[in-house]
Ligand binder design. Structure first.
Ligand SMILES: Nc1ncnc2c1ncn2[C@@H]1O[C@H](COP(=O)(O)OP(=O)(O)O)[C@@H](O)[C@H]1O
Ligand SMILES: [Mg+2]
Length: 306
């Protein structure tokens, strides 16, 4: 069965792309067939972190119908079993992505023939980024231990919730008064609580339905750029707060230590875990990869995709 993990977190520079590249490589090294997809349209740089030269084919060839299947634009990487789909040559920024193109990409991702699919998302809470994040009900949220990053973490979850609820409310069984009130709201100022309050007023019987919708989602939390002197229980504390405050399942899966050698790997355009396989940060990543795959044995031998 395919597992899709969008990687989000709101803030820029926290390590979304770094995680997508290295986690993808480590899951492939376990023997799984993996693809990482760069969905940071307009700011694609995942190829550099993967140590792949500027790929000639990518998402653009699929959108302009040069190829029929999305899997045809997956290129191999230096790690056997790890493939990559680039968005380097897509001419649009994420905010300008056509609705039809977005749906086409999401539907195609859900049909890709891989064991694991990792989606590297852009920064911020643009609704297109949120829709890519909602490609799957299981996702990864990454941030750093800095208060500004944690604030963005919560802001991102709020924005995801707002998007899920808004999409659910579009369905016909909701009262027009509820739909109208929520259409007027903005995700930046209103939250889940405000939507549920309106639903309680007009259709109290639907409140549990909405809460159940939110409870279908699972978030795995990661703290990156972790330094020695920091509170190592912070991730567990955030997990507790999230599980208390939100309606989904939140699981903290580990810290990744700060390492200067990561900058060095980026400068030399090499995959970090390939260049530095035995550092503390590589071990942290390995433990996270094991938690994510739950040490599952590969269901199939890696397939060759040309
Ligand atoms: N654990 C870490 N230790 C040191 N530097 C890191 C670490 N993780 C990421 N970085 C640095 O942060 C930069 C930004 O990471 P990136 O993955 O591009 O962020 P994002 O995709 O979230 O914007 C990387 O180029 C790398 O140099
Ligand atoms: Mg990035």
């Amino acid at each position: 069965m395919t597992e899709i993990y969008p990687i989000g977190g709101g803030k820029g520079g926290v390590g979304k792309s770094f995680l997508a590249a290295n986690l993808g490589a480590l899951i492939a090294k376990q023997g799984h067939n993996v693809v990482v997809i760069d969905l940071d349209l307009g700011a694609s740089n995942l190829h550099t972190l993967l140590g792949v030269k500027r790929p000639k084919r990518g998402l653009n060839r699929y959108l302009d119908k040069t190829v029929r299947g999305l899997e045809s634009v997956a290129v191999p990487t230096m790690i056997p079993g790890l493939f990559f789909i680039s968005s380097l040559h897509c001419s649009m920024e994420i905010a300008n992505l056509l609705h039809a193109h977005k749906l086409k990409i999401i539907t195609a991702i859900q049909k890709l023939p891989f064991d694991y699919i990792l989606l590297d998302l852009g920064t911020g809470t643009n609704f297109n980024t949120l829709d890519f994040f909602l490609t799957s009900k299981e996702s990864i949220l990454i941030g750093t231990p800095e208060p500004t990053s944690i604030e963005n973490f919560f802001r991102f979850i709020n924005a995801v919730y707002f998007r899920i609820l808004k999409q659910t409310l579009k369905r016909s069984e909701f009262h027009s008064a509820v739909k109208d009130a929520v259409t007027e709201m903005s995700g930046a100022t209103a939250g889940t609580h405000d939507i549920l309050k309106i639903v309680s007023k007009y259709q109290p019987d639907k409140k549990t339905y909405l809460k159940n919708k939110l409870s279908e989602f699972k978030f795995k939390l990661i703290l990156n750029q972790f330094r020695k002197n920091m509170d190592s229980t912070l991730g567990n504390k955030i997990e507790t707060v999230c599980n208390r405050h939100f309606h989904s399942d939140f699981q903290f899966v580990g810290n990744i230590r700060y390492d200067e050698q990561i900058h060095d790997a980026v400068f030399s355009k090499t995959l970090y875990i390939h260049k530095y396989p035995h550092t503390q940060s590589s071990n942290d990543l390995k433990k996270i990869a094991e938690k994510i795959t739950r040490n599952q044995r590969p269901t199939s031998l890696p397939k060759e995709i040309s």
